[in-house]
Design a protein around this ligand. Sequence first.
Ligand SMILES: NCC(=O)CCC(=O)O
Ligand SMILES: [Mg+2]
Length: 352
Amino acid sequence: MAIKFGRPIELRDGPRDAATAAPSLDLTTRMRRNRKSEWARRLVRENVLTTDDLIWPLFVVDGNNLRAPIASMPGVDRLSVDQCVRDAERAMKLDIPCIALFPYTEPSLRDETGSEALNANNLVCQSVRAIKKEFPDLGVLCDVALDPFTSHGHDGLLQDGRILNDETVAILVRQALVQAEAGCDIIAPSDMMDGRVGAIRNGLDNAGFGDVQIMAYAAKYASAFYGPFRDAIGSAKTLTGDKRTYQMDSANSDEALREVELDIAEGADMVMVKPGMPYLDIVRRVKDTFAMPTFAYQVSGEYAMIAGAANNGWIDGERAMMESLVAFKRAGADGVLTYFAPAAAEKLKAGR
Ligand SMILES: NCC(=O)CCC(=O)O
Ligand SMILES: [Mg+2]
């Protein structure tokens, strides 16, 4: 069933009173005819959102039977591994095809080189194994980048105020392998180092992980909308400086196409634009130019804006959520990584 909002005020067929029976404007085309009722709107609807379009990001934290709220992301919790498995079950029941995992790493485990990223028993790897054991048919995506693990909060190795590219890529390949060994289905490099997609593809293939897909965060912008995510993974306080020497300048559009082209050439199976709503123009250009499976990340700040305004009674949260999600489809995205995934899937499954 189609999504229906608010109190319907429909035009009706049949006899009308004199005022509406004789239109005073001599119009051949009246666009409103196709909008006159819900069935008519459904008939001409150009884009639909389904549960197949959703990837649900989850935050994992050390502990047991723990769901710890994240203040800047109302409705989103950090989950201990066992609770992560419960949300994986919820994803299965809601027909969400894939989840994404992000760790909150204890400060004592963070260091200059992000070495915990290579621990085969880190929180992400534990979660992947636990989820895959119970739900082998649920897609699991793992982020590749060092920011949840470094004491300075950067995605790569930091030396004399610079983020080292090639040295970082070597570590990212090892991180990807550790995650693939744990059972991850999609490796998603989010670091924005040059050449990492090709290096990771090589590493996976040489280790016998030829079927593991790569979803490249191909056009990832240096954005203020990541704020709540950094709270969630605990890097907000540790981050020194900003990420503008590796993430893209928000003023650029052609550059996104070059980034995407390179990642495809290096073997990306799917590409992503991030953030989402402020960059729908980029999603459209990428889809039109490359016809690749194209995803958008509706990031934490976008979620917080909608959830926060809704909690204050300033907007209708459900409608804003659904409107924002179908906008990604309209822009050409094949799917969306969104913290709204379970709420949207519940609404879609209920046919509302
Ligand atoms: N690599 C994943 C992210 O950076 C997510 C950002 C967000 O949700 O704000
Ligand atoms: Mg790149």
